[in-house]
Design a protein around this ligand. Structure first.
Ligand SMILES: Cc1cc2nc3c(=O)[nH]c(=O)nc-3n(C[C@H](O)[C@H](O)[C@H](O)COP(=O)(O)OP(=O)(O)OC[C@H]3O[C@@H](n4cnc5c(N)ncnc54)[C@H](O)[C@@H]3O)c2cc1C
Ligand SMILES: NC(=O)c1ccc[n+]([C@@H]2O[C@H](COP(=O)([O-])OP(=O)(O)OC[C@H]3O[C@@H](n4cnc5c(N)ncnc54)[C@H](OP(=O)(O)O)[C@@H]3O)[C@@H](O)[C@H]2O)c1
Length: 258
């Protein structure tokens, strides 16, 4: 990833951290007043080290109106960035590239009846911000959030997802959200336990959501493990869906999680 130049980043303060498990953490940093983003976009966060600065992309979790920026991160053993991130505490500094980036936004999809938000791991992050847009709740009749993880302990943000349904700004539409957790290793009894493409192919995802997939009505956002993104995209292509582009609207937008 291209490093921002010295003029275009700010030093921000870590305000809050939450450790979900050995390998997952969330944190908030102070937000410059002029840092404006569209939900689904990512920020570049930086850390100073002896050999210069190291930058990594992170999707915003927080709402555009929150006074802070929240992020949800994997902790990769020996990861260049996250092994340092893991040690940071409230009051420490993180660098923030001034400009948000990316095109993984719901406005790239044409209207439809059902919006499927498909994530593995920290690919959940952009959806937590995307789901904070009142207009999104009005646009679709159903919104299905699918979060696939290795182990049940990786299912972060379950309380926050449940609370989204009660939000006063879209309370009238709260019933539209269906949350479908998937655990691929040692799944608790009754929980979906296969990879997303397989769940699409054998009809279990539709059954879990109580909805039918059709190119006419279904729209998809896909984010997470790049292999999952590629495999899910291929599965949907074979079923007659296509990538949504500016000049040729389709049913799918996607983003690789690394
Ligand atoms: C557009 C974009 C948005 C991103 N948003 C997020 C985000 O919101 N949260 C987040 O944790 N990461 C996100 N990433 C990945 C992030 O930039 C870092 O790669 C990650 O935090 C690990 O950094 P690292 O230097 O420790 O390890 P790296 O050297 O960057 O990665 C080492 C290896 O760890 C694995 N890996 C990297 N990221 C992940 C991940 N998120 N989940 C599982 N395995 C991973 C891969 O196998 C990778 O090869 C995003 C990447 C891109 C391109
Ligand atoms: N700090 C620690 O203690 C610790 C411990 C363990 C791992 N890690 C790190 O965590 C990272 C893994 O994180 P993660 O579990 O969030 O991410 P992940 O490996 O991407 O797994 C997340 C989900 O994506 C699924 N998936 C993977 N490939 C897929 C594909 N081609 N199609 C559909 N689904 C697919 C996985 O299913 P499957 O289960 O079937 O693969 C799993 O359900 C690694 O980088 C590892 O180094 C850290």
């Amino acid at each position: 990833m291209q490093a921002p130049t010295a003029e275009n980043f700010s030093a921000e303060t870590i305000l809050w951290t939450r450790r979900w498990s050995e390998k997952l953490i969330s944190f908030r940093i102070s937000r410059p007043a002029d840092f404006r983003f569209t939900p689904g976009q990512f920020a570049r966060l930086g850390l100073a080290q002896d050999s210069g600065k190291i930058w990594r992309a992170y999707s915003m979790v927080s709402a555009p109106w929150d006074e802070y920026l929240e992020f949800f991160s994997i902790l990769v053993p020996d990861g260049q960035f996250t092994s340092r991130l893991k040690q940071l505490q409230v009051g420490d500094t993180l660098l923030l590239d001034q400009k948000p980036n990316g095109f993984f936004t719901a406005d790239r999809l044409p209207d439809g009846c059902e919006l499927w938000l498909l994530a593995t791991g920290t690919g959940l992050a952009p959806y937590l911000s995307i789901l904070q847009q009142p207009e999104l709740w009005a646009r679709f009749e159903h919104i299905v959030l699918v979060h696939a993880v290795r182990e049940a302990g990786d299912l972060a943000y379950t309380d926050e997802i449940a609370a989204l349904r009660q939000h006063p700004l879209w309370a009238a539409y709260g019933h539209k959200l269906r949350y479908v957790p998937v655990v691929t290793r040692d799944a608790p009894h009754g929980m979906l336990n296969a990879r997303i493409p397989a769940l699409i192919e054998d009809g279990r995802l539709e059954a879990a959501a109580g909805l039918t997939l059709t190119p006419e009505h279904s729209r998809f956002m896909i984010c997470g493990n790049p292999k999952m993104v590629a495999d899910t995209f291929r599965t949907l292509l074979q079923r007659g869906y296509s990538l949504s582009r500016l000049k040729t609207p389709g049913q799918i937008v996607l983003e690789n999680g690394w």
